[in-house]
Design a protein around this ligand. Structure first.
Ligand code: GLC
Ligand code: CA
Length: 548
């Protein structure tokens, strides 16, 4: 097993990272141009979201050909060059494998539509009457999970958009196809894979209505998921490859099994429970202020649960599906810099492999779009209609999208204060966020105190202090709701991490902490405000102390 505990992974959304040929869409050559920046930052791997041939109904998560590159992103030669150039800089590439479903444009689905039995068995088709849905399940993007094909007299299952048909993993031929795709990319020099919604691949034997929910309990961490993963990993010989599974609505018990090396499934798992703490009644499209108490509880449960049972977490705040964290849990107006740095420390010093999503290292904010015409994402556009249907006013619906839309993270990377933030020569496919003149790579490279420099430091520290990668974690008792404090410890080193998650100052009673045994390692204010037996934590202050 490769040692990935001391690695840092950087996520690139190619469409919005860097446009090299002036068509307004980011591309592979754009990534090549920016490799020196990633090397400067110090990351070990780049995970790139899908750039395969696709009708782009879900920005590439609807794959029509797993072995070819969509011309909009470049050519196979460009990718070969990217692999080689990244390798020269000590950076490995990770690809995003969307194996739960394919685009309905994929040849397999097209042949199924032609009535070829062999390919009908690649998907989950059910005979039926157009008037009766096979089950009442709801798609993740809104509406039913079934689509009827009149000329076949069958419904097919799609947990996501109707153009993303779920694959039938029970069919050994499907599993062989997927293994051969992995082998193909490994031979090209790909060093890691992220598996899209991989815990949804095993569907129940019997399809029944869900009277309590939207159907997810029947297919989440489904009956054969662990067997399928073990087989895939073994047959595609993945032991030297870094693998991360995206786990939707999963449980700690399952993630232990997915990521414990003894199980030979995956290197680590993403779970999203900590990013639902501002969903009212668990509903993404209902706003609520973040519940800090549950946030801390979830971190504790997951950190300790995984640690005590040999599991390994991917730790993160941001990705291409999440709003920007500094706008969500921080304060991007009054304490932009402080809160971005605090949030960075909180994640990077937990036990797990940290992921940085492009622009997070700059403190990029939400996009603050105010008109529906600015949005591009299929989920956002669908839910806008659904919200209006449910009786929300346009203003309310737009306010919800402004907080929750996936487009918040998909605006162009802010490289400079120049035209289109230095992302492209021409109008980008999605608008640039208004604050690019002050928030951009160029200006943060100049500024010693920038968020970018802080991320760079955190990445470096992981390499210097083994306790960050392999130390145990222990949480300090909760004294104050907004204090999130923990200790990391191995045989030789110990760190004490104190985070004030709020915009209000708080005083910490340090009588039991033996602070005189520690020295200052890192923080986001210039000095420390401590008095005998008391430490003042200013708004969004983070302090990392090291035992002498
Ligand atoms: C994952 C991806 C998301 C995509 C969905 C369907 O959640 O991160 O972007 O829409 O899977 O493939
Ligand atoms: Ca381009």
């Amino acid at each position: 097993m490769t040692n990935f505990h001391n690695k840092v992974i950087y996520q690139i959304y190619p469409k919005s990272f860097m446009d090299s040929n002036g068509d307004g869409i980011g591309d592979l050559r754009g990534i090549i141009e920016k490799l020196d920046y990633l090397k400067y930052l110090g990351v070990d791997y780049i995970w790139m979201t899908p750039f395969f041939v696709s009708p782009q109904n879900d920005n590439g998560y609807d794959v029509a050909d797993y072995r070819s590159i969509d011309p909009v992103f470049g050519t196979m030669e460009d990718l070969d060059e990217l692999i080689e150039e990244a390798d020269k800089r000590g950076i490995g590439l990770m690809l995003d494998m969307v194996f739960n479903h394919t685009s309905t444009q994929h040849e397999w689905f097209q042949r199924a539509l032609k009535g070829e039995k062999e390919y009908i068995d690649y998907y989950i088709f059910k005979d039926g009457d157009p008037q009766y849905l096979p089950t009442n399940w709801e798609s993740k993007f809104g509406g039913p999970t079934w689509e009827y094909v009149p000329h076949l007299g069958k419904w097919y299952l799609h947990l996501f958009d109707s153009t993303q048909a779920d694959l039938n993993w029970e069919n050994p031929k499907v599993r062989e196809e997927l293994k051969s795709i992995l082998r193909f990319w490994k031979e090209k020099g790909i060093k890691g894979f992220r598996f899209d919604v991989i815990n949804l691949i095993s569907k129940p034997k019997v399809f029944e209505n869900d009277m309590e929910g939207d159907g997810r309990r029947f297919y989440t961490d489904g009956p054969l998921v662990h067997e399928f993963l073990k087989e895939l990993m073994e047959d595609a010989e993945m032991k030297d490859i870094v693998t991360v599974g995206e786990m939707s609505s999963t449980s700690i018990d399952n993630c232990i099994r997915y990521s414990n090396p003894a199980e030979k499934e995956l290197s680590m798992c993403f779970n999203f429970h900590h990013l639902k703490i501002d969903y009212k009644n668990g509903e993404k499209w209902e706003l609520m202020p973040p519940d800090i108490h549950s946030l801390k509880e979830l971190f504790k449960q997951w950190q300790l649960g995984m640690q005590d049972n040999g599991g390994w977490n991917a730790v993160f705040w941001c990705n291409h599906d999440q709003p920007r964290i500094v706008s969500r849990l921080g304060d991007d107006k009054n304490y932009w810099k402080e809160s971005a740095k605090l949030l960075a420390t909180t994640i990077h010093l937990l036990r797990g492999t940290p992921y940085i999503y492009q622009g997070e290292e700059l403190g990029m904010t939400n996009s603050y779009f105010s008109d529906i015409s600015q949005y591009r994402d299929v989920e956002s556009l669908n839910y806008y209609e659904i919200l209006l249907h449910k009786g929300k006013s346009k203003e309310e619906a737009l306010q919800i999208l402004a907080a929750r839309s996936r487009d918040n993270s998909r605006t162009p990377m802010q490289w400079s204060d120049g035209k289109h933030a230095g992302f492209s020569e021409s109008q980008p496919w999605i608008g640039v966020t208004g604050n690019y003149k002050s928030i951009n790579v160029e200006s943060e490279i100049e500024d010693e105190d920038s968020i970018l420099k802080y991320y760079k430091k955190l990445i470096q520290l992981r390499k210097e202090k083994s306790v960050i990668a392999d130390g145990r974690i222990e949480f300090l008792p909760e004294e104050e709701i907004n204090l999130f404090a923990y200790r990391r410890q191995n045989e030789t080193e110990e760190l004490l991490v104190l985070n004030n998650l709020s915009g209000e100052s708080l005083t910490l009673d340090t009588s039991k902490l033996e602070l005189s045994h520690y020295k200052y390692l890192l923080g986001n204010y210039e000095d420390i405000k401590s008095q005998e037996k008391q430490l003042l934590l200013r708004p969004f202050e983070t302090i990392v102390l090291e035992r002498k």
